[in-house]
Design a protein around this ligand. Structure first.
Ligand SMILES: CC(C)(COP(=O)(O)OP(=O)(O)OC[C@H]1O[C@@H](n2cnc3c(N)ncnc32)[C@H](O)[C@@H]1OP(=O)(O)O)[C@@H](O)C(=O)NCCC(=O)NCCS
Length: 126
């Protein structure tokens, strides 16, 4: 795997183009393996509108279809229910618990080819 920092995208609210947060791909080492993490972070005033789900699905498709990566993961703290739900709605599934950044984290993962069963990024209400 090369050492590019991977890609981040701005998330904007479509109705008024306001900056809502970031979603993107980041290189991570997990248990000695090189992985690409799908991450998302929105400003609180934009939570609960489906934006993170829409952005995560778009980044998932970009990673697996456009870039042709073999797999993506999300690294999520066990009590981050919202983030877990976003990962699941983007098609990632619980894989295992491990330690990262000196704490226990959950690894959610999706392999290329499995995303065809998932709603596309444009299916906002799915
Ligand atoms: C996690 C985060 C990205 C969710 O963003 P969001 O735009 O509110 O998410 P969505 O509106 O797309 O919601 C997706 C689902 O998660 C659920 N959800 C979101 N936040 C939740 C919470 N705090 N508790 C329970 N469920 C939650 C929604 O109800 C929705 O589920 P549903 O469709 O079954 O009703 C946002 O809260 C955030 O930026 N948090 C801080 C940063 C962070 O934790 N990032 C992830 C690091 S791993």
């Amino acid at each position: 795997m090369n050492r590019r920092n991977w890609d981040s995208f701005v998330v904007e609210q479509l109705e008024d183009d306001r900056f809502a947060g970031l979603c993107g791909l980041a290189a991570q080492e997990v248990d000695g393996a090189d992985e690409i993490e799908l991450g998302y972070r929105l400003m609180p005033e934009f939570w609960g509108r489906g934006l993170a789900t829409e952005a995560a699905r778009a980044c998932r498709d970009y990673a697996l279809r456009t870039l042709g990566l073999p797999r993506i993961i999300s690294i999520i703290e066990p009590d981050n229910v919202g983030s877990i739900r976003v990962a699941e709605k983007a098609g990632l599934r619980y894989e295992r618990d491990t330690r990262k950044w000196d704490r226990v984290v959950r690894i959610y993962a999706l392999a290329a080819g499995r995303q065809s069963e998932m709603p596309s990024w444009s299916s906002r209400k799915a």
